[in-house]
Every structure is written in structure tokens, then in C-alpha cells.
Design a protein around this ligand. Structure first.
Ligand SMILES: NC(=O)c1ccc[n+]([C@@H]2O[C@H](COP(=O)([O-])OP(=O)(O)OC[C@H]3O[C@@H](n4cnc5c(N)ncnc54)[C@H](O)[C@@H]3O)[C@@H](O)[C@H]2O)c1
Length: 269
């Protein structure tokens, strides 16, 4: 069968697409924002306060891109619904939603309070659900769209002190499958990435601690943490037509952790 498909990097282009990115002012969000804009997207930058993304928007505009800014606390479901309405009104369309906002409060299970539990669930899980629900009629009316969720390797491989966070990320990976299945007939693709530890302030308690840092390097087959830019390729792939036959999937970005262990390690010479 002969078809006219874009060749090379053209299939990763986001030209003409409006992308709404939550948590855009964060370490990973800001790198994704610059990259999605560089691929041609008109980008809506959301964070808990608009001031967190104004500088980023100016930078993207100075580089020739188009960026709009939104401030909203996504722990409120009403704010999630309003954000989608505001972004649709300002951008005229939402072709891609990237759910990147997230929080963690590291504590042993015995110390987790109901407030900790609710706060983490509200941003990491409930907001992803209701932002997606709110964008569904918009994408359906447009004839399709793409949702990319920033889940975590902790969805399938936990560490101590992150029990609630890991549960919310497992929920994000699960919702990715459920939403993909339910909305496939509307032309909406839903996928996620599951990064291991990325070197950001969020994970400073790990890499800033000499003992934990060495432990994690030894634990990871690639011998180091990920850098934020190492998530870009997968997100652009999932956001763009390059992944047009991919839905309900999780891409792990984890330096080989799930590939297995080295049984010769620590055996001496
Ligand atoms: N850093 C890692 O190792 C790692 C690994 C896997 C997944 N992730 C995920 O990647 C995403 C970004 O992480 P990061 O390391 O860049 O962290 P970050 O703290 O730098 O970024 C998170 C952003 O979310 C925003 N945010 C938090 N609460 C919010 C709320 N109530 N309403 C609106 N925005 C809110 C923050 O203001 C911040 O800008 C998170 O979802 C995180 O769970 C991070």
C-alpha cells in the first residue's frame, strides 16, 4: 500500500497544534515546554501561579514560538474544569494535553496523615482524571487529540517513603489504559511515560545525599540518574503523529532498571 506520510523528523512536528502543559514551571515541565514549542506547538503553560511561567513564556516567544500562561491550583476540581475552558477559549483548540503537575511528600507509611494522602491524590490523580474528562468533549468535537500523562516508574517499582505517591502514579498508568480504551473511537490517544529518578529539586533528597546517591548509581544499570531533557523524545513522540497507532501504552525511561540485575556485582575479584 502506498501512502503519503511525512518522512524523517516531519512526523514529529507539532506545527499547528495547541498543547496544554500542566506543571510547566517545574524542572521537567519547563524542559518539555521549550521542546514542544521548538517542535512547532502553540503552547499553554499552566502552573499553580501564573508568575511561575511568565518568564518561560517570554523565553519561548523570544525564540519565535507562541506561549500563553495560566495560573490555577489543580488540587481543586473546579480549577481543573476552568483551566480547560480558559485554555480552549484562549488557544481556540486543545490538540494535546500533557499532565505533568505533580507533588510528593516523602514519609514512612506510619507517618502519613489524611491531609498528606488527600493532597497527593488531589494533584497527582484526581486532577489528571478531571482535566482529561473536561478536555474530552473538546477533543471529540475536533475529531481527536492526544493526552500524555507523566506517570513514574514508581507505578510499578516502589521505594520506601513514597507509598501514596507511588499509588497515585499507578493510578495514572491505569487511567491511561482506561481512557485510551474508552475514547479510542473518538480519535483520542492516551499514553504515559514512567521515568525513574530524574535529577530535579523534586528528587534532591536522593541525589543530594552522598550515600543514597552512590546506592542509586549502583542500582541503575546506566550508573546515573536521568536528566529532564531525556524525557523529551518520548513525550514528543507520544504527542505527535509519529505515534499515530499507539494508545494506552506506558514508556518506561529508567536507565535499564527493569532490564534486570548484575549477578556478578559485589562478588569480589
Ligand atoms: N523528578 C523525578 O524524578 C520524576 C520522576 C518521575 C515522574 N516525575 C513526575 O514529573 C512531574 C514533574 O516533576 P518535577 O521533577 O519537574 O517536579 P517539580 O516540582 O519541579 O514540578 C512540578 C510542578 O507542578 C506544579 N504543581 C504542584 N502542585 C500544583 C497544583 N496544586 N496546581 C498546579 N500546579 C502544581 C509545581 O508548581 C511545579 O511547577 C511530576 O508529575 C512528577 O511526579 C518526576
Amino acid at each position: 500500500m502506498t501512502t503519503s506520510i511525512p518522512l524523517g523528523t516531519e512526523m514529529f512536528s507539532l506545527a499547528g497544534k495547541s498543547v496544554l502543559l500542566t506543571g510547566a514551571g517545574g524542572a521537567i515541565g519547563s524542559v518539555l515546554a521549550r521542546s514542544l514549542a521548538a517542535c512547532g506547538a502553540r503552547i499553554g503553560l499552566q502552573d499553580i501561579t501564573e508568575s511561575k511561567v511568565l518568564g518561560l513564556a517570554a523565553e519561548i516567544e523570544a525564540a519565535g514560538g507562541t506561549a500563553l500562561t495560566f495560573g490555577s491550583d489543580l488540587s481543586s476540581t473546579d480549577a481543573c474544569v476552568s483551566l480547560i475552558a480558559d485554555a480552549q477559549a484562549a488557544m481556540g483548540s486543545i490538540n494535546v494535553l500533557v499532565n505533568c503537575a505533580g507533588i510528593n511528600r516523602r514519609k514512612p507509611i506510619d507517618d502519613v496523615t489524611p491531609d498528606d494522602f488527600d493532597a497527593i491524590v488531589a494533584v497527582n490523580m484526581r486532577a489528571v482524571f478531571f482535566l482529561s474528562q473536561a478536555v474530552h468533549p473538546i477533543m471529540k468535537a475536533q475529531g481527536g487529540g492526544t493526552i500524555v500523562n507523566i506517570s513514574s516508574l514508581s507505578a510499578r517499582y516502589s521505594f520506601n517513603t513514597i507509598s501514596v505517591y507511588a499509588a497515585t502514579k499507578a493510578a495514572v498508568t491505569s487511567m491511561t489504559r482506561s481512557f485510551a480504551r474508552e475514547w479510542v473511537a473518538d480519535g483520542i490517544r492516551v499514553n504515559c511515560i514512567e521515568p525513574a529518578v530524574v535529577q530535579t529539586e523534586f528528587t534532591a533528597p536522593l541525589w543530594d545525599d552522598p550515600k543514597r546517591s552512590v546506592w542509586f548509581q549502583e542500582f541503575t544499570p546506566m550508573g546515573r540518574l536521568a536528566q529532564p531533557h531525556e524525557l523529551v523524545g518520548a513525550v514528543v513522540y507520544l504527542a505527535s503523529d509519529a505515534s499515530s497507532y499507539v494508545t494506552g501504552q506506558s514508556i518506561t525511561i529508567e536507565g535499564g532498571i527493569l532490564a534486570g540485575a548484575d549477578w556478578d556485582a559485589n562478588q569480589g575479584d
